[in-house]
Design a binder for this molecule. Structure first.
Ligand SMILES: *[C@@H]1O[C@H](CO)[C@@H](O)[C@H](O)[C@H]1NC(C)=O
Ligand SMILES: *[C@@H]1O[C@H](CO)[C@@H](O)[C@H](O)[C@H]1NC(C)=O
Ligand SMILES: *[C@@H]1O[C@H](CO)[C@@H](O)[C@H](O)[C@H]1NC(C)=O
Length: 417
């Protein structure tokens, strides 16, 4: 009985703190990675006890905010990341979805009973999150350190999520994350503004980079933990459905989780080219030498979510030349192959609307092959350093192919023009 009332007390504290947390974030990450704003991560307060085993996936309970109307299509997102053997959690729906057959590859759903309980909370999203926390907590699953809440069109990268949560001490009280709707710029809505097909390609490329930047605005290097609002976003790969795109990205993720969409930059000094690699996703070639600080900055091909204005954003953006032929060449992930303890990924040139009409100094390059050793997840435990990359075979282009190797920087080696 005592334990029950303590639990209820904790629960009330928790709900109170969640409501509070919509306006403030308790956690002050220093050398920890900040979590994306759109994830609500709440600690199981009753694990404040001696347990110093490293955090693993079994310590997390996922709570997905869903609706019976959209669960038919959106449940498919969970197939991409949900591992029924290791993950714990539920999607919480308002009512039973009609004519829906779940299978074990989909996160199981439960019907939420907390709808009326929180009706006096004003913000709809506060209600949603409070409800899911309440329901997840009430399940009383053993050995839960973290509750991770997200919307139903979110894809998680669980290995990286574990890495990030592992940096927080689960013996202290944290509420990490925020209310996505209150943070306008949190939404990376990529518009293909005035640029037609070619512009689309750039905005595709940026969707993920952008997500990453948002997710790590306080830290230039951080693992990709999740992608969200996938239903509102253009497909990540051109000419492919969002589902197909995500499967492709995730196939690379499975080979090298810690490296997914991490940026590497190499320079071809002889030709004066800059090559920016977002591993597992895209490569861009600039036929000029561009400093790394500029390459890290996203192009402005998107607008703020609610007001559809050109800013302000919480990060700097750079101007994109509307002339497609003046934009950098873009290559999208094509194939993924495990080789020994590493991988070879290939990226294929994407022709935008202008197609082959653009005369490009790098036009000869059709495919880029990138070989790299798997990044140890320990990499994120230390102060992460960008890796170096090297253009192989003296930069020669054979049958349209260029070969690049990403590797640890040597002592004294720096990435500069
Ligand atoms: C996760 O950690 C717990 C200890 O807290 C351990 O018992 C369990 O075997 C670990 N699970 C995995 C999948 O590593
Ligand atoms: C989702 O998957 C189901 C099968 O599980 C399929 O019938 C449905 O068409 C899919 N929906 C989308 C939008 O991909
Ligand atoms: C929190 O963790 C403790 C200790 O592992 C466990 O007994 C309890 O059931 C967990 N509570 C919830 C709500 O998951």
């Amino acid at each position: 009985m005592v334990s029950i009332s303590i639990r209820v007390g904790l629960l009330i504290c928790l709900i109170a703190s969640i409501t509070l947390a919509f306006h403030s974030t308790f956690a002050k990450p220093d050398r920890r990675f900040p979590l994306p704003e759109h994830l609500h991560v709440i600690q199981n307060v009753s694990v404040i006890q001696i347990d110093n085993e490293p955090t693993n996936i079994s310590h997390i309970v996922f709570g997905i905010a869903g609706s019976s109307n959209t669960w038919h299509s959106r449940s498919n997102y969970s197939k991409l990341w949900w591992n029924p053997d290791t993950c714990r959690g539920f999607a919480w729906l308002d009512k039973r979805p009609g004519d829906f057959k779940s299978d074990h590859m989909i996160i199981p759903y439960k019907i939420s009973k907390g709808w009326t309980r929180f009706r006096h909370v004003h913000s709809a999203s506060a209600v949603r999150i409070a409800r899911i926390v309440y329901e997840s907590f009430r399940l009383g699953l053993p050995n839960v350190r973290w509750f991770v809440m997200g919307d139903d069109d979110t894809v998680f990268f669980p290995e990286n999520l574990v890495t990030v949560l592992g940096k927080y001490d689960h013996n202290q009280l944290y509420y990490i994350g925020g209310n996505s709707e209150s943070v306008e710029q949190d939404l990376m809505h990529c518009f293909d503004m005035a640029f037609g097909g070619g512009g689309i390609a750039i905005s595709y490329a940026l969707a993920v980079r952008l997500a990453q930047i948002m997710d790590s605005s306080a830290h230039p290097l951080a693992p990709l933990v999740s992608l969200h609002h996938l239903d509102q976003l253009d497909s990540l790969f051109p000419d492919q459905s969002q589902m197909h795109s995500l499967r492709k990205l995730i196939s690379a993720y499975h080979l090298d989780p810690a490296r997914i969409v991490q940026q590497s930059v190499c320079y071809d000094h002889r030709r004066k080219w800059s090559i920016s690699i977002s591993w597992g996703y895209t490569i861009q070639i600039y036929t000029s030498l561009v400093i790394i600080a500029d390459l890290q900055m996203p192009f402005q091909t998107f607008k703020t979510w609610r007001s559809s204005s050109d800013g302000p954003f919480t990060f700097n953006t750079r101007w994109l030349n509307p002339d497609e032929c003046q934009q950098p060449s873009i290559f999208f992930l094509d194939q993924v192959r495990k080789v020994g303890s590493g991988s070879v990924t290939t990226y294929k040139r994407y022709y935008g609307k202008e197609g082959k009409n653009c005369k490009r100094a790098d036009g000869e390059v059709q495919r880029i092959k990138v070989s790299v050793l798997k990044l140890d997840s320990e990499y994120w435990q230390n102060v992460p350093r960008r890796q170096c990359c090297q253009i192989m075979n003296g930069g020669s282009i054979k049958d349209g192919n260029v070969h690049i190797r990403i590797r640890k920087c040597r002592a004294q080696e720096t990435i500069t023009i």
